[in-house]
Write a protein that binds this ligand. Structure first.
Ligand code: FAD
Length: 349
């Protein structure tokens, strides 16, 4: 089914697309949001059951309406999904679901969008497809021959599946530390990291991180110097503090290869392993933009703010700092969305 040309098509239906929708509805632009998922919440419904936000509710909100819970409550995964569901209803955002955009081309001044539900056309595109569709697992020797279970943190739901197993958790980020905290309670675990993991002080929460990052952003804008604590280090959420007390955070450097039944360590010793959980991050989900020739070899698009540097009419929201400061967070994406909609409005005028 072909649709009349829209002013704007937003691709994606997670928190970033909702924040963009919030500002688009204040304009007189004609727009639709196309989301591959059949349910609300973007990647949130796929996160593990026990996940809690790093920031209290009050600092975990999209523009317009606060996440319920106040300044002392750390919302759960399900709280966040409920918040996003209510958000989309409250602002009556025009989201069409279970529409996967496969490719975008440009013909004259129009973008031609091919999707699982036919063709759409628009004068501008805002891509907000996140990274969750692209879990990254490093290509390690022997991986294909390993007969145990390989899992990415994107697929991890609950520790109970690993009871009694020998499990390696790979990756020194927050996901790795939090998954290890759970799995180590039921399985024999080892943490495999490229370098010695670094933890933030116990009294620095996700909210403080946002404040530090905001101060750094303001300082950069004003040409001042400011050095925040290392924001990439592991946040000491309660489950991580408890795991530290249990002594589970001793880490080793990576194994050299997989074998059919386990892994071989750099000293040559082979060890049988049941499951390896990779918490090794994500890459932006930008396959639909490939035909436009804007996706660089690092998998990203060169941007000025959120605008694609090499393609007029295309913006990208929510992928991380390269598409706007803290734009991959609930509280941070509003600023990127606002700026983007103001640029799109000026472009289409
Ligand atoms: P997503 O939520 O991934 O949504 C993208 C949507 O686009 C999906 O619905 C997808 O189906 C759709 N889509 C993808 N490709 C296509 C396509 N080709 N066509 C149509 N639709 C498509 N953030 C915080 O603010 N606080 C936290 O405490 C926090 N904790 C986190 C913990 C973990 C373990 C992880 C992984 C992330 C966490 N985040 C947190 C970050 C946050 O969840 C993500 O950055 C956020 O979900 C990104 O939102 P998004 O809308 O950009 O992408």
């Amino acid at each position: 089914m072909n649709q009349p040309t829209k002013d704007v098509l937003v691709i994606g239906g997670g928190q970033s697309a909702l924040a963009v929708g919030y500002y688009l509805r204040k304009t007189n632009l004609n727009y639709v949001i196309l989301d591959q998922a059949s349910q609300t919440g973007g990647s949130w419904p796929h996160y593990w059951e026990s996940l809690r936000l790093f920031s209290p509710a009050q600092w975990s909100s999209l523009p317009g309406v606060l996440m319920p819970g106040g300044s002392d409550y750390y919302p759960s995964r399900d709280d966040t999904i409920r918040y996003l569901e209510a958000y989309e209803v409250r602002y009556q955002l025009p989201i069409v679901r279970a529409v996967m955009v496969t490719e975008i081309l440009q013909r004259g001044n129009e973008f031609i969008v091919t999707s699982s539900q036919g063709e759409y056309r628009s004068r501008a595109i805002i891509s907000a497809t996140g990274s969750f569709q692209k879990p990254y697992i490093p290509d390690m020797p022997g991986l294909a021959e390993f007969r145990g279970t390989i899992l990415h943190s994107a697929q991890y739901q609950t520790a109970k599946l690993f009871r009694g197993q020998r499990v390696l958790v790979v990756g020194e980020g927050n996901s790795g530390a939090q998954i290890l905290a759970e799995v180590s309670q039921v399985a024999n675990t080892t943490w495999v990291t490229l370098k010695e993991p670094e933890f933030l002080p116990d009294d620095i929460s996700g909210r403080d991180l946002f404040d530090y990052a905001s101060a750094a952003y303001r300082a950069k804008k004003d040409g001042e110097s400011y050095t925040p604590p290392s924001l990439g280090n592991i946040v000491m959420v309660p489950s991580v503090q408890q795991a530290r007390q249990r002594g589970v955070y001793r880490s080793v450097r990576p194994f050299s290869e997989f074998t059919t039944v386990g892994v071989r360590w750099p000293d040559g010793k082979e060890e049988a392993v049941d499951t390896v959980i990779f918490s090794t991050g994500f890459r932006p989900a930008l396959d639909h933009l490939q035909p436009l020739g804007v996706v660089e070899t690092d998998g990203k698009v060169t941007t000025h703010g959120t605008k694609a540097a090499k393609k007029d009419g295309l913006w990208l929201v929510g992928y991380g700092n390269w598409t706007g400061f803290a734009s991959a967070t609930l509280i941070g994406v509003g600023r990127s969305a606002k700026q983007t909609v103001s640029e799109v409005t000026a472009y289409l005028r």
